[in-house]
Design a protein around this ligand. Structure first.
Ligand code: FEO
Length: 394
């Protein structure tokens, strides 16, 4: 994408990655992504905010040429992860006068990750400002969004908040700003679930830290910018502060239809009791969709057969993921089947140490489920409905 002017002498100079389908060798990118980078030409100094993934360094360098950048005084790195910092070495080579502006923690990380020489850095404290002449950059430390070194950059005169990963979305688009709020909400929620949810308590604090800033534009470093910031601020507020909802997430896998039969019965039983169920077949599930479902759910029920005395590996993977993402869950249970024995429940329960959840009585069927098993599933559905009601989850 060619550079575009956002405000006089403030440009979007980053890259859109339409074809990338996997991030961190883990996270699916159904809609591609972008690595946004921003250039601010002040009356005296020029600043670059974040760079791009090194695979797209040519786009950033071309864009800087196109905007006619002769020198860069400050290369601000809001975050050390390489999808934003990875082109800093090329920037420093092309613009040797540039100083990398970072939090103290970020400096050490960039030395470790990119071998940037120590003398290239300027470290800034929280709320410190740097003048570009007619423009001022203020740096707001926001640790653990989603690494320990992260900060935001606020362009005071234009009321633009550059947030890097915070409020970002993996969404390739030609639009500078959100135009389709439904699509943007989905992409931002997916991003929150995969990247930010484990740090929910930090996100709460960081939302508090920016609430008194006048913001006209939120400019993240993935996905479109928000020229109606209240849209994404409200969404984040609800994801991190709201109570969970009357939702059961049911990731399952079945080998010979016994667990599948139980899942079908159980999903119906929950629905009959007014509970929303999100069912995921783990042989084909997009883990980003599963992560998104966990944002609002009060309960997870894992469906698995017993394989080699424990859960099916796909069920173990989903359980590991749910534990790592630390959603705001309150209840967990397990349903499934076995042939002659095993330790499925013990092994899965041991994988949930991060979650402050009550484990509800599991239902395991010996072989194909029978009347007593269906009755037990009905009882589990009753218990979940009652628990959700007692907590006021709607
Ligand atoms: Fe988009 Fe944490 O990097």
């Amino acid at each position: 994408m060619k550079p575009r002017e956002i405000r006089p002498e403030v440009y979007s100079v980053g890259a859109v990655d339409w074809d990338r389908r996997l991030f961190d060798a883990l996270v699916p990118l159904p809609d591609g992504t972008s690595y946004n980078s921003y250039l601010i030409k002040g009356s005296e100094k020029t600043a670059l905010i974040d760079t791009v993934d090194p695979t797209m360094q040519g786009v950033l360098i071309n864009n800087l040429n196109e905007v006619g950048v002769k020198s860069i005084d400050y290369a601000v790195a809001n975050h050390a992860e390489q999808d934003h910092s990875g082109t800093l070495p090329q920037i420093l080579e092309k613009y040797p006068e540039a100083k990398v502006v970072v939090t103290p923690r970020c400096k050490g990380m960039l030395i470790d990750l990119l071998m940037i020489p120590e003398g290239k850095f300027i470290t800034v404290s929280d709320k410190e400002a740097i003048s570009l002449g007619d423009r001022t950059l203020e740096f707001i430390h926001t640790p653990w969004v989603h690494w320990p070194e992260t900060m935001l950059t606020y362009l005071r005169e234009d009321k633009i908040l550059f947030t890097c990963d915070f409020f970002g979305s993996h969404l390739a688009t030609t639009d500078l700003y959100v135009t389709d709020e439904g699509q943007a909400y989905e992409a931002a929620k997916r991003y929150y679930a995969e990247i930010m949810m484990p740090f929910r308590a930090n996100i709460q604090k960081n939302l508090e830290r920016i609430k008194d800033y006048a913001i006209d534009i939120i400019a993240p470093s993935h996905g479109p910018m928000y020229n109606k910031p209240e849209f994404i601020l409200k969404a984040y507020h609800s994801w991190v502060f709201d109570e969970p909802r009357n939702i059961v997430v049911l990731p399952y896998i079945s080998m010979h239809y016994s667990t599948r039969k139980m899942v079908e019965y159980f999903v119906d039983a929950l629905a009959q009791r007014g509970i929303t169920v999100k069912q995921f077949d783990l042989t084909v599930t997009d883990i980003g969709k599963l992560a998104m479902a966990l944002v609002d759910a009060a309960t997870v029920v894992i469906g698995t057969p017993t394989v080699l005395v424990g859960p099916h590996p796909n069920a173990a993977y989903a359980t590991f993921l749910a534990n790592a993402l630390r959603p705001n869950l309150r209840f967990v249970s397990i349903i499934g089947s076995y042939g002659w024995g095993g330790k499925t429940v013990e092994q899965l329960a041991a994988m949930l140490s991060n979650l402050k959840v009550e484990i509800l009585e599991p239902v395991l069927s010996k072989g194909f489920p029978k009347e007593a098993d269906f009755k037990a599933l009905g009882n589990l559905a009753d218990t979940i409905a009652q628990k959700h009601k007692e907590h006021g989850f709607t």
